[in-house]
Structure formats: C-alpha cells, structure tokens
Design a binder for this molecule. Structure first.
Ligand code: ZN
Length: 146
C-alpha cells in the first residue's frame, strides 16, 4: 500500500481554511468547530455542523466538504476537523468512526489530521489506513483498499 502525502503547504492551507471558517462564522462564540478538506484538484472546501433541536440528528462538520467533493466528482485528499477551545486555540479532532467510514470511499491514502501527543492543538497527518487499520471492507475485491 503506497502513501502519497500531499504538499505540506496545501495541508497547512487546509488547516488555515478550517480555522478561518470558525473565526468568521462564529466570531462571537468560542466553542465552535468546522472541517476542511483538500480535494484532488487542489481546492479546499470547508463546512460546519448546523444547529439542530434534536441532538440525534446532528451532523459532523465533515459532511459539507465531503458532499461537496461528491457533487463535484472529486476525490478527497486530506481532511481536518478543528474545535475552538479558547480564542486562537483550536483542538484537532480525529475523524469519528462514521467519518472514517465516509472517507474510506476515497481510499486508504486519504490523510486525516490527528492531534499530536504533545499538544492536542497541533495537527499531524496520518493516512486513513493507519487510523483504520482493520477496515471491514478491505476483504472485498471491489473495494479500493489494498
Ligand atoms: Zn464524524
């Protein structure tokens, strides 16, 4: 399994776009989050979870950029999700199990931001196959996982 790490500058831009969305959309609210994804054409798409009355129907921040990639017929190359803990400080949220499943459609080499052990606000990047090492569908020949 080969792993192609995207350009570090584009990954940094993806994180910056995610922070910018939080800063602009939620300028007056501290504890808010967003996600950003880098697509194979170099574009960056962002999203955030809308407020809902019933928490059972909440969406992950990743849903908007992921559906944008599908709408555009593009492949997701990298994904980051951030949650603002304090002004100027953004915790890195590793993708949840559902989002890992959603991202798996883009193959095992999509890189996802995870927090470093030293600082949960410092992103590092891992290919999806490293955060999902025993992906259930990898045994099927028509799943591009091997
Ligand atoms: Zn999720």
């Amino acid at each position: 399994m080969t792993s192609t790490v995207p350009d570090p500058r584009r990954l940094a831009s993806t994180v910056a776009a995610c922070r910018e969305l939080i800063e602009t959309r939620f300028a007056d609210e501290i504890e808010r989050g967003a996600a950003a994804m880098l697509l194979d054409d170099g574009t960056i798409h962002t999203g955030t979870a809308p407020d809902v009355v019933n928490p059972a129907v909440e969406l992950c921040h990743e849903v908007e950029p992921l559906t944008a990639a599908f709408r555009l017929g593009r492949t997701v190359v990298a994904s980051v999700c951030l949650a603002r803990e304090a002004p100027g400080r953004f915790l890195v949220l590793s993708p949840c199990g559902v989002c890992r499943e959603r991202l798996a459609a883009h193959g095992p080499n999509v890189v996802v931001a995870v927090p470093t052990r030293a600082d949960p606000a410092e992103p590092t990047w891992l290919p999806l196959h490293r955060v999902l090492p025993h992906y259930w569908a990898a045994i099927f020949d028509d799943v591009p996982w091997r």
